[in-house]
Write a protein that binds this ligand. Structure first.
Ligand code: PLP
Length: 427
């Protein structure tokens, strides 16, 4: 008889699985900080901004709510989420509360989609860190679609088409995330319509991960659901645009045509997490209703992120590195290949070695492109320009501090210093 602690009894799907790269870098950065070292935390993509006061007040008002909620979510919240998306998408789709599934984070909803849907997972490379490990845990095949730096790492419709033609009958799930983590790039309405046409032709199910939609730097986010409503699930939540990652609330909006999938996922949810925290759901109603206070918060958040992202990118490019222009969210995906020879001379080959050495030598924490589906030998990396006090930044902006270079040094000195260090390191 094998002893119970024998590792052999670990499920094959999770054997060798490491904790998520973003969570690990955060824990490592925190340990270094605790040891008194200077760390620039550009590793974990956490919103720097506080939860808007009106949403905090709503949470406070509902703190005593203690009952289990319906598996699919609080009806008032589902209605608010459907109305929110109706306003954002436009068109004539009459989404209603029945089309919404609320979960403890959109990450969990993605996981149960992958569990409930049978088919390959298609991801543009690079893509967010957790999609692929989730597929691996469940035993789904991941098919990476190549992208090009010159295209802002966006999925080209022709690549999706080519991939689907290789085995036309196969069920597929495409997760399209925009504005993108890790690149900060997004898609135009025209580009989305082209991808939609290919997806429709091949019957590809799309999860449109729009968790950064409200953080489009110009407030001009558009959804692929407008062009491909019948095959698109829209993913959103409180984590990024509402600064409430730790509250753990995500939402999926389904078209009526995919109610079979929504129902299957609801059944899985009922047997696993049961329902999402009651006070959080009550507070989320206020967030999705998007009153004037929240609009003001979003306008300021976008302005700060826009200025900061542009400054960082301009500095990286001026330092001789490649980096696509950011359009939304708070990420950049620089490529240090132009510095490859100098780095090699210092024994640094590949993204992982780069990020390890950069953290050790300069205290700047970023993540290698390999964690996002790029080749391990590539010198791409993701940086999250979030190491600043978002509450103070919002107050400074409201008080009229300009978002020029001098203003940014006041608002986000650690981010600017980190970029300077990175550029110096690649010299
Ligand atoms: N999708 C993307 C692209 C993300 O960056 C994240 C969080 O970092 C998530 C989904 C998960 O968000 P949630 O907090 O709703 O689980």
């Amino acid at each position: 008889m094998r002893p119970v602690h024998d590792r052999v009894s670990l499920n094959l799907q999770v054997r060798g699985l490491r904790p998520s790269a973003t969570v690990s870098i955060n824990e490592r950065s925190n340990a270094m900080l605790a040891a008194g070292e200077q760390v620039f935390k550009l590793g974990l993509g956490e919103s720097p901004f506080p939860v808007p006061p009106s949403v905090v007040a709503a949470l406070r008002a509902h703190a005593a709510r203690k009952e289990y909620m319906p598996v699919r979510g609080l009806p008032a919240l589902r209605d608010a989420v459907a109305a929110y998306h109706r306003r954002r998408i436009g068109g004539d789709r009459a989404y209603c509360g029945d089309d919404v599934l609320v979960g403890p984070g959109s990450k969990e909803l993605m996981f149960i989609t992958q569990l409930a849907f049978y088919g390959d997972l298609v991801l543009p490379a690079p893509a967010w860190v957790s999609y692929s490990p989730q597929a691996r845990i469940i035993g789904r095949q991941v098919v990476w679609a190549p992208t090009r730096a010159e295209d802002g790492w966006r999925l080209a419709p022709a690549e999706l088409d080519a991939l689907c033609r290789r085995d036309p009958g196969r069920p597929r799930l495409l997760i399209l995330n925009y504005p993108s983590n890790p690149t900060g790039c997004t898609y135009s309405v025209e580009a989305l319509a082209e991808i939609a046409a290919v997806a429709r032709r091949h019957g590809v199910l799309v999860i449109s991960d729009e968790i950064y939609g409200e953080l489009h730097h110009d407030g001009a986010h558009a959804s692929i659901a407008a062009a491909y409503p019948e095959g698109t699930i829209i993913s959103s939540g409180l984590s990024k645009w509402c600064g409430a990652g730790g509250w753990r609330l995500g939402t999926f909006l389904f078209p009526r045509e995919l109610s079979w999938l929504r129902d299957a996922m609801t059944a899985v949810a009922s047997e696993t997490y049961t329902s999402t925290s009651a006070p959080i759901q009550c507070a989320a109603v206020t967030a999705f209703e998007c009153g004037p206070q929240l609009e003001d918060y979003l306008v300021r958040s976008r302005a700060i992120l826009r200025a900061l992202g542009r400054w960082c990118r301009a500095r990286l490019v001026a330092g001789g590195l490649d980096c696509a222009a950011p359009e939304g969210g708070f990420y950049l995906f620089p490529d240090l290949t132009p510095a490859a020879e100098r780095l090699r001379a210092r024994g640094i080959v590949g993204g992982e070695a780069l990020c390890e050495r950069l953290l050790a030598d300069t205290g700047v924490a970023i993540l290698p492109g390999g964690e996002f589906g790029r080749p391990a030998g590539e010198l791409t990396a993701r940086l999250a320009y979030v190491d600043f006090d978002g509450e103070a930044a919002l107050a400074a902006h409201a008080a009229g501090v300009a978002l020029d270079e001098a203003g940014l040094w006041r608002i986000a000195p650690r981010v600017l210093a980190a970029i300077e260090r990175l550029v110096d390191y690649a010299r």
